[in-house]
Design a protein around this ligand. Structure first.
Ligand code: VG1
Ligand code: CO
Length: 543
């Protein structure tokens, strides 16, 4: 075997979005496409000599081949050691955990997360830095720039590594260590939560249905919930990772996880329903006939954090993405800690967590996490809920209702217009931006706009700036409408419209979410001219 240099040519558009580079599988299957991107990454990073790299993915179609490509290139670039998940499997939070625990230089995660998989689906790649968190824009921008100038890549012509055999193998001068993908992560979960209390909860007859949607969460949930905590066998369903996720869309929301919703609505519903996404960093929590909004979940976890061993001493602060509801802000206020508002995407939480400014973070898109790793973490959130349920003896619904009674309810919904024409979507956003200077003070449907801006963020730790992160309208009663375009889609554009309205009165906490938000949705449609601009009379997904 030997190290070889092969010629290549730049591909257009290798620009990472909200979370890594995501494209159709057919795009990634073009000869040299992945190689170019990895070369651009290695060219951007400091010298690899003597360093450790972590590699793993969510098991979707092309995962195994892509891992072999990366192992050969990592060896050709002189990494001393590469840790790769058995079978090529590492959930996103587990990869973050392994990077931190083994003091790796960074890690490559192969995942398009919540996007559909299979030969006709999506593939993705992202790089996480030594903190275990997604690379900041400074790095992803540099990788993109470099990708535009690639003329060669360096690899090895060695035979494939057997990634189904645990233990050490050698590729050129590099030690390739195939590791158990669950062990380090499970050990960390044991440190975070009161496993004894959760064990007693299950022993008392408490039932969970955890739907891992034939994605990478399956092995983790099986090992921890059923294996360690004593949830009855069969509590974790759709637990075997499949290359096409069994045709499911591994995006845990009430629309895609409809099977779970049906089970939770039935007369014999379990006590807790939960689902995770393609790379197991997202979570959905459902009580009996009662879905929890992700923004509410963040707020509730924050309010009860002291019941959990890892957070016994309290929270340093809370961080949420800008479109996420302000429910968490009310808890931060009550706790007397800071609440940070960041752009969409987990990479913006990294500095706050590293600096000890925030302990819990969350996004409205079914993402919650903490400083235990530097990614959102689906199973961690499920265990957090289990820990609270065990400590209080309450039900999911009663916990949420008590929370609303104390803090008020932030009615919240996201309306997605998927796969719309990109030019039309850009035009809609440009028109909104152009109107911003005149919107403040205007009254719509009896509500006055008190703030209209295009969200920009200055990182309080390193001063880096992120601009044009979404059009935000705040009304005099605290209601908000946010418009932004998705940065993870692979077909056309997706407009996301986020709606939020606060209600303090417990007598008014039982309104159907879409009914409560209908007036705001009307204002949003009118302001952005959604129907005429996008030629859509309703959103494709409402969560
Ligand atoms: C979406 C979500 C965002 C999340 C991102 C990655 O991004 O809105 O909150 O961080 O996906 O999640 P966008 O740009 O499409 O709105 V994951 O689980 O797909 O890595
Ligand atoms: Co994900």
């Amino acid at each position: 075997m030997s190290i070889v240099s092969r010629s290549s040519q730049p591909f257009e558009g290798q620009k990472p979005g909200t979370s890594g580079l995501r494209k159709k599988v057919s795009v990634f299957l073009q000869p040299n496409y992945l190689e170019n991107f990895v070369q651009a990454l290695f060219d951007t990073l400091p010298d690899a000599q003597g360093k450790t790299l972590v590699v793993g993915g969510d098991g979707r179609f092309h995962n195994r081949d892509a891992i072999q490509t990366i192992l050969r290139m990592a060896a050709a670039h002189g990494y001393r050691r590469v840790l790769v998940g058995h079978g090529g499997i590492l959930s996103t939070p587990a990869a973050s955990c392994v990077i931190r625990k083994h003091r790796a230089e960074g890690g490559i995660i192969l995942s398009a997360s919540h996007n559909p998989g299979g030969p006709d689906g999506d593939f993705g790649i992202k790089y996480n830095i030594e903190s275990g968190g997604p690379a900041p824009e400074k790095i992803t921008d540099a990788v993109f720039t470099r990708s535009q100038a690639i003329t060669r890549y360096r690899t090895s012509d060695a035979a494939p590594i057997d990634i189904d055999r645990l233990g050490m193998q050698r590729l050129e001068q590099t030690d390739i260590e195939v590791i158990d993908p669950v062990a380090d992560y499970a050990a960390l979960m044991r440190e975070c939560f009161d496993f004894d209390a959760i064990r007693r909860l299950f022993a008392s007859g408490f039932r969970i249905r955890c739907d891992t949607m034939h994605a990478v969460g399956g092995p983790y949930a099986k090992a921890i919930l059923e294996g360690e905590l004593g949830a009855p066998p069969g509590s974790v369903v759709n637990a075997v990772p499949l290359e096409d996720f069994g045709g499911l869309h591994p995006d845990p929301n009430p629309a895609n996880a409809d099977d779970l919703m049906r089970h939770m609505a039935g007369p014999d519903a379990p006590d807790l329903g939960a689902a995770t996404d393609g790379d197991a960093d997202r979570n959905m929590i459902v009580g009996r006939g009662f879905a929890i909004a992700p923004s509410d979940s963040l707020a509730l976890l924050a309010a009860h954090a002291r019941l959990v061993p890892r957070y016994r001493a309290g929270l340093a602060g809370i961080a949420r993405s800008m479109p996420t509801s302000t429910a968490a802000d009310r808890v931060a206020d009550a706790l007397g800690v800071a609440c940070y508002e960041t752009p969409t995407g987990w990479k913006f939480f990294g500095n706050l967590l590293d600096a000890g400014k925030a302990t819990l973070c969350g996004e409205e898109s079914y993402g919650t996490g903490s400083d235990h790793v530097r990614e959102k973490d689906g199973l961690w959130a499920i265990l957090f809920w289990l820990n609270i349920l065990a400590a209080t003896g309450a039900s999911v619904e009663s916990l949420m209702r008590e929370h609303w009674a104390r803090f008020g309810r932030n009615y919240y919904s996201r309306h997605d217009y998927e796969g719309v024409d990109s030019t039309a979507a850009d035009r809609l956003m440009a028109a909104l931006r152009a109107r911003l200077p005149t919107l403040s003070g205007q009254v719509f449907d009896g509500r006055r706009i008190v703030l209209a801006d295009d969200f920009a963020y200055t990182d309080p730790v390193d001063g880096s700036r992120a601009e044009r992160q979404g059009v935000r309208l705040v009304f005099d009663d605290g209601a908000r409408i946010v418009f932004r375009l998705s940065g993870t889609g692979t077909e056309g554009a997706t407009l996301r419209v986020y709606l939020e309205q606060y209600e303090a009165d417990p007598q008014r906490h039982d309104i159907a979410t879409q009914t409560a938000l209908a007036p705001l949705a009307g204002i949003a449609g009118q302001l952005a001219q959604i129907a005429s601009q996008l030629r859509r009379d309703r959103p494709t997904v409402v969560t």
